[in-house]
Ligand binder design. Structure first.
Ligand SMILES: *Cc1c(COP(=O)(O)O)cnc(C)c1O
Length: 428
């Protein structure tokens, strides 16, 4: 067992001052047991905890670190920007650079507005869709996460067409009533919802490749179906690409699958590790935003010069290198290794991967939605997770999170990981 005494001491102190000791619940290790470790340094694909232990990281700060941690170009850009001031609250040139960059990489985005988080981006895109369509109800899918805005913290009720129940205390049931929650990858459920709520549904919001309940892919034709049915019913199609944007392709999942949504939400990668989000899409919809239109949306720190500098440096680096080919290669290597490890350990594992995102579920059944994901053996995952952690490999501390590769991972890192996976699986 490796020692984490300094981490443990910090966590004990944190518990006294921060609810649960963490500033975001997923960090608390509740799903896997044990205590979180504290990190004070990260570089490339590695993080170091305060006790000096080193880990190969497959969380990548939950998605942003596609170039690895502390990429020199991002660090240099942030330092240079900081020398000129950390916030102006007045338009700055890098906001224009960033907007042009996003619009050029993602052709469905004609205009874009920056926010400070993915949560804000999703919340704002929904408000905009409601304002534009003058309709109140929205459709989301069970297991898709769109940040912690009130009307989005709703999971499936008992029947697909019944109104949602809030997932969190503090969300009034009346808000949740306007959110219709449906199973992912089930076209019939969408058809039925549109039929039962004619001219009432403002939008469908969806993670095109859901990565917040592990990782599963759209069935062939499913995203095309969502595009067609929203169009036919006068509803806005919102792709939440906070996780998949600039990761699954330069233009995100929409490029990879060839779909043109009306609005898209971004975050994570576009901030290069600084707090950021964005939403954008059709100009006629975006022009409904204040100050042009009646839908209000704002932010003191939106378009922050440090966040813009980090994001621009990261996107430029992704654009000018063969990042996506490399990520695909690393992903394929990891996939083969993990499948072989499971096979030789005689464990049922369903391994899903899309480019540099992956999830191994401890189940023999295919996983196409959150109900399938729930069949995974979480007790087995707990042991697997801790086995890997003690071997210096850090996966997200839950069976229901995606893993992320970065361009800073090497073939040797993957080999090392696959060895650790094989050892951990044999001991299960
Ligand atoms: C992370 C995430 C969000 C929320 O972004 P924050 O920056 O954490 O607020 C929204 N949607 C998806 C798909 C995400 O993965």
């Amino acid at each position: 067992m490796i020692s984490r005494t300094k981490s443990d001491a910090l966590f004990a102190e944190a518990l006294q001052y921060i609810p649960g000791g963490v500033n975001s619940p997923v960090r608390a290790f509740r799903a896997v047991g044990g205590k979180p470790f504290f990190v004070n340094r990260a570089s490339g694909c590695r993080v170091w905890d305060v006790d000096g232990n080193e880990y190969i990281d497959y969380v990548g700060t939950w998605g942003p670190a596609i170039l690895g941690h502390a990429h020199p170009k991002i660090i240099t850009a942030v330092k240079a920007a900081a020398d000129h001031g950390t916030s102006f609250g007045i338009p700055n040139p890098s906001e224009v650079t960033m907007a042009k960059l996003i619009c050029s990489l993602v052709p469905s985005v004609q205009k874009v507005r920056m926010t400070n988080s993915g949560t804000e981006a999703c919340m704002s895109a929904i408000r905009l869709a409601r304002g534009f369509t003058k309709r109140d109800k929205i459709i989301k899918f069970d297991g898709c996460y769109h940040g912690h805005g009130d009307s989005l913290l709703v999971k499936a009720g008992s029947g697909a067409l019944t109104f949602g129940n809030p997932d969190s205390a503090g969300v009034p049931a009346d808000f949740a009533k306007l959110t219709i929650v449906l199973p992912y990858n089930d076209p019939e459920a969408v058809k039925a919802a549109f039929a039962a709520n004619q001219n009432e549904i403002a939008c469908i919001i969806v993670e095109p490749v859901p990565g917040n309940a592990g990782l599963y892919l759209p069935k062939p034709g499913y995203l095309e179906f969502l595009r067609e049915s929203t169009k036919a019913n006068g509803a806005v199609l919102i792709f939440d690409e906070v996780m998949t944007g600039f990761r699954l392709a330069p233009g995100g999942a929409q490029e990879r699958f060839g779909i043109t949504p009306d609005l898209s939400c971004f975050g994570k990668i576009i901030g290069g590790g600084l707090p950021v989000g964005a939403f954008g899409g059709r100009a006629d919809i975006m022009d409904y935003l204040a100050p042009l239109g009646p839908v209000y949306q704002a932010g003191t720190l939106s378009g922050n010069p440090l966040a813009m500098a980090a994001g621009i440096a990261g996107l430029e680096e992704l654009k000018s290198t063969n990042a996506y080919a490399k990520l695909e290669q690393l992903g394929a290597h990891l996939e083969t290794g993990m499948r072989d490890a499971a096979k030789s350990a005689g464990l049922p594992v369903t391994f899903n991967r899309c480019g540099s995102m992956f999830c191994g579920y401890f189940t023999s059944e295919p996983v196409w939605n959150v109900d399938d994901a729930m069949k995974a053996d979480r007790e087995r995952f707990k042991k697997f997770f801790h086995g890997l952690l003690d071997a210096g490999v850090y996966l997200a501390p839950s069976q229901f999170e995606a893993g992320f590769l970065s361009t800073a991972h090497s073939e040797a890192d993957i080999e090392k990981t696959v060895d650790a996976v094989a050892r951990s699986m044999r001991s299960l």
